[in-house]
Write a protein that binds this ligand. Structure first.
Ligand code: UTP
Length: 307
């Protein structure tokens, strides 16, 4: 896919965070959103009027990324198309004086330079990230990976993860401190303290442990700052849970070889857009905060809930 033209900064230049390139894996099957995902990629489902993937692209740009590699699968071309300029539509809106809409239409293509990598078969998140290796530049010694169905709010955690990497080196992940009784739903980190209460050294990770077996209350979130060494580790792992190549297995392999891995604990909110229940919450949350739709929706919801 051709780079968008509206990006002014040099995509090869380093940002303050050291992050130049971000990867967004978007080649999954989206089975929890069937039947819609037969035809519409879940990454394009609108939270009010904006697809989830635009929020994570904006977050990556805010963290200093200049390039976004979207991992897509055959049949999901619309995801990358969304970041292409639409000159005809823009001219029509301009002629009609629809400046607010014009600004919205131009927003995504103007965020950063977008290119694609193809994952032919959904063989897991680790495999999807590995598919983007060919898109990296020689000086990309670190890449940010953002899962488009995980909204981490407020934004800014990637910047804190970059600071943690500057101090400790290696790979940095993002965690939420989850109430212990809910921990079984998550991938949970086994950690040791550092001088900073919100930065922990990772010794390992357990998928969906029973409450009694959970090594901590720190659960994995969909933000990763991966040292380039992870791409080599992805090639050395074998299929894990669900027969898929898991990114966490590649990270676990690096930990076992002494590669430093830390987590930054994000003390904020989160929306899981990957399932209809979480997606609806996000839509209602964003709509309630929307100046145009919020007041009416709030009133309607009050009445509807009381019924
Ligand atoms: P998910 O597990 O949430 O997405 O992966 P999914 O597999 O599409 O959803 P379900 O479980 O079938 O409903 C997190 C992210 O990783 C991408 C997905 O597109 C999603 O953005 N992914 C996952 C890939 O790109 N390739 C894969 O093989 C698996």
């Amino acid at each position: 896919m051709a780079p968008s033209t509206a990006v002014s900064s040099d995509p090869g230049s380093a940002s303050v965070s050291g992050i130049r390139t971000a990867i967004v894996p978007a080649a999954g099957l989206g089975t929890r959103f069937l039947p819609t995902t037969k035809a519409v990629p879940k990454e394009l489902l609108p939270v009010v009027d904006t697809p989830g993937i635009e929020f994570v692209a904006a977050e990556a740009a805010e963290a200093g990324a200049r390039r976004l590699v979207i991992v897509t699968s055959p049949g999901k071309d619309a995801v990358a198309q969304y970041f292409q300029p639409q000159p005809e539509l823009e001219q029509t809106l301009e002629r009609r004086g629809k400046t607010a809409l014009l600004e919205k239409v131009r927003r995504a293509p103007g965020l950063l330079e977008v290119e694609t990598a193809v994952q032919k078969e959904a063989l897991g998140l680790g495999h999807a990230v590995g598919c983007a290796e060919g898109n990296l530049r020689p000086d990309d010694d670190v890449v940010a990976v953002l899962l488009p169905d995980d909204l981490v709010l407020p934004t800014g955690v990637l910047g804190r993860m970059a600071s943690a990497r500057a101090e400790h080196g290696g790979t940095v992940l993002c965690a939420f401190d989850i109430p212990k009784e809910q921990i079984s739903a998550y991938g949970v980190f086994d950690v040791a303290d550092t001088d900073d209460p919100d930065v922990k050294k990772v010794n390992g990770m357990v998928e969906k442990p029973a409450v009694a077996d959970a090594p901590s209350t720190f659960a994995a979130a969909g933000r990763y700052l991966l040292d380039r060494a992870v791409f080599d580790a992805i090639k050395r792992i074998t299929p894990g849970a669900g027969g898929e190549l898991q990114l966490t297995d590649a990270i676990a392999l690096l930990i076992s070889e002494g590669h430093p891995v830390h987590v930054v604990v994000h003390r904020g909110g989160r929306h899981d857009l990957g399932n209809p229940g979480g997606f609806l919450r996000a839509a209602v949350d964003f709509a309630l905060a929307h100046p145009e739709y919020g007041p009416d929706l709030r009133e309607w919801l009050r009445g509807r809930v009381e019924e």
